[in-house]
Design a protein around this ligand. Structure first.
Ligand code: SF4
Length: 363
């Protein structure tokens, strides 16, 4: 199907389908740009059904962008705990503060102004502008890219820069006048419900007669992705250092992976290093304590977007010295029952559960 035929035919068919089939989702009941922005940020890397309870809870705590901007980062991270990819929360919080400081608390309607905010890429800016304000700004997430690649029967690597440029251009051309928000959401909805990665439901698709992949029986083969190398894996030694019924936790620096979250001191095993020695070294370097006896507690696996870790947690008794934040932001001795007040990364969930303090990361 040529691009010009798609531009002529697709919007009308797709919008009619969307008005019948769209799911009733909490962020589709509002035109408030803050609420739409929040949903788009949460939906990056996370499934719709997993996002809904977090979305509601986050908004009951921070109902407006001004309320979010006024809150301390730690409170925001706590409300985010369990959703993962914490850079999203840190950026949203920083962006809310910028909007209050530089735009009088109103989300900018200008693409470049919006994209200048922390964490706002072309996709998020397009989604907020089109859905909240009907600005004809395109969106291209994984769903939309897959739908377009199949409609256009693109056979090259979908991640290639030239392919991405073409997809952005087509996504923009397709937007019908005055219906940017509905059209963009319809494309995403089609990708989520019908044009799924595996076994797309082509007989139920409103675009089937326009679809190059379907007409050539290639819908299961497209889009193509160039192979990536294996995901790296690291062993991490973690120390649960106890003193008088309290366990030591450390807050990570505010930027970088899992920035601002609390964790048990620990770090990557160096080549050939016994895990007990990793824990002793990391605890010494991070919080300045020498630890005595170690006993294995639990082993947990966790996958991040670009690597996997195996956490080897050890309980450490009889620490010597005074805990101080050497390679972290802050340290605290906490009773297990009080750990729920501290935002932890999802990877710590298994360890927290073992010591009866799982609420913070399991939320
Ligand atoms: Fe996707 Fe099939 Fe529809 Fe083509 S016809 S857009 S492959 S669901």
């Amino acid at each position: 199907m040529s691009e010009s035929s798609l531009v002529r035919e697709l919007p009308r068919r797709l919008l009619a389908w969307y008005s019948r089939e769209r799911r009733d989702l909490p962020w589709r009941r509002t035109r408030d740009p803050y609420r739409i922005w929040l949903a788009e940020v949460m939906l990056q890397q996370t499934r719709v059904d997993a996002v809904i309870p977090y979305y509601r809870r986050f908004l009951s705590r921070f109902p407006t962008l001004t309320a979010l901007a006024a809150a301390p980062l730690e409170e925001v991270l706590w409300a985010w705990a369990g959703l993962g990819y914490y850079a999203r929360a840190r950026n949203l919080h920083a962006a809310a503060r910028r909007v209050v400081a530089e735009h009088g608390g109103r989300v900018p309607r200008d693409l470049e102004e919006l994209r200048a905010l922390p964490g706002v890429g072309r996709y998020t800016a397009g989604a907020v502008l089109s859905i909240a304000f009907d600005v004809p700004a395109p969106v291209l997430d994984g769903n939309v890219a897959r739908v377009l690649a199949r409609l256009l029967r693109l056979r090259g690597d979908i991640r290639a820069a030239a392919t991405q440029r073409r997809l952005w251009r087509v996504a923009e051309q397709l937007i019908p006048s005055g219906r940017a928000g509905d059209f963009n959401q319809a494309m995403m909805e089609l990708g989520a419900l019908v044009c799924t990665p595996a076994r797309p439901r082509c007989p139920r698709c409103p675009a089937a007669r326009l679809c190059g992949a379907f007409l050539h029986g290639e819908q299961e083969e497209l889009p193509r992705k160039a192979r990536r190398g294996p995901v790296p894996h690291f062993d991490v030694g973690v120390g649960l250092v106890w003193r008088r019924g309290r366990v030591l936790i450390a807050r990570r620096p505010p930027s970088g992976l899992l920035g601002g979250l609390w964790e048990f001191p620990g770090g990557k095993r160096e080549e050939g290093e016994p895990l007990e020695e990793t824990v002793r070294r990391e605890v010494r370097e991070e919080v300045g304590l020498e630890i005595g006896r170690l006993s294995p507690l639990v082993i947990c696996q966790h996958a991040y977007s670009h690597f996997r870790v195996t956490l080897h947690a050890f309980e450490c008794r009889a620490p010597r010295g005074r805990a101080r934040p050497l390679a972290c932001e802050a340290v605290r001795w906490v009773r297990p029952a009080d750990l729920a007040a501290y935002p932890f990364p999802a990877g710590s969930r298994g360890i927290l559960r073992r010591i009866g303090g799982g609420a913070a990361a399991a939320r």
